[in-house]
Design a protein around this ligand. Structure first.
Ligand code: FES
Length: 114
């Protein structure tokens, strides 16, 4: 068993070697955006491997992902498998989520001034 920590949630889950990052996230009730059902075609499930060890990119992942992304530890959660070593992955926040959070924070600050 290995431990996987998901950022920014900070949630840690135990996982079996060979299990995909996507399936571990699902078990942890952490949403990773996707549209293709894990067939490496939508490329929406990108995560950043912050530390630890995961499987090497498969031939399919190498064909789909830009080399620069793979070089920067950006992987497809549906294709990347857990090994027997712990790891930490970051799920990038969507641009809309950060825009909405910034607007809400601004509104909150304005309300505090009253
Ligand atoms: S779920 Fe579509 S590429 Fe991973």
């Amino acid at each position: 068993m290995a431990k996987i920590t998901f950022l920014p949630a900070g949630k840690t889950m135990k996982a079996r070697p060979g299990q995909s990052i996507m399936s571990v996230a699902k078990a942890a009730r952490i949403v990773i955006p996707q549209r293709c059902g894990g067939h490496a075609s939508c490329l929406m499930c990108r995560v950043v491997v912050v530390s630890g060890q995961v499987s090497e990119p498969s031939a399919l992942e190498k064909r789909k992902m830009p080399e620069a992304d793979l070089g920067n530890a950006i992987r497809l959660a549906c294709q990347t498998k857990v090994t027997d070593k712990d790891c930490t992955v970051r799920i990038p926040e969507s641009k809309w989520k950060s825009v909405v959070q910034a607007a809400l924070e601004k509104q909150r600050l304005e309300e505090e001034e009253w």
